[in-house]
Ligand binder design. Sequence first.
Ligand code: Y39
Ligand code: FE
Ligand code: FE
Ligand code: FE
Length: 228
Amino acid sequence: MQQLVEQIDFQSDIYKDAYSRINAIVIEGEQEAHENYITLAKMLPESTDELIRLSKMESRHKKGFEACGRNLKVTPDMQFAKEFFSGLHQNFQTAAAEGKIVTCLLIQALIIECFAIAAYNIYIPVADEFARKITEGVVKEEYSHLNFGEVWLKENFTESKAELEEANRHNLPIVWQMLNQVADDARVLAMEKEALVEDFMIQYGEALSNIGFTTRDIMRLSAYGLAT
Ligand code: Y39
Ligand code: FE
Ligand code: FE
Ligand code: FE
């Protein structure tokens, strides 16, 4: 893998062009995650302090990735990134307005966190040295965000199960669309779509298992919308 990293020209026009979109996606994702945890803090009064703590971590992640873009002299394409997240963003806003805590947790604390963990794990071995150090620090914290969602949903599993199934059905296909949309740019950064899908499935499957779903449920839930 080191061999491969030495062959990546982080200053080439093609790398910087792809990075302008991927870096923007990550910055926008961290900003939206920050806002989503503030919303969740209001919805879950018994966990307000912890959720505010998570929201502050997301702001720090955003600052770290902004520094990664500056380090490569790349201007992030924030307009592209806003559109990239608009499906999940809209679904989260709608669920929050309806007080659907389970749906909000599934979107942010499970789906988006698993997406982030997969992307950061795949990025770390092929990142420039500056971005690698930042991303290594960030991914450790993303596991703690995923853990918050797992613990809450496990404790409330019986009452949450039907809403989780429904929310999965509405949101997982969006994730596969997002992955397809970013696959070409990710490949320029030496991140293969197949590796991203595999890592996402592992993280998401493990999360569903920790919450209480059976292996049979997990197979059905985690592949939903993948083949379309
Ligand atoms: O919880 C978080 O910090 C997640 C918001 C951040 C999302 C990161 C989204 C990463 C997708 C990148 C796709 C690159 C192939
Ligand atoms: Fe984050
Ligand atoms: Fe996070
Ligand atoms: Fe429906």
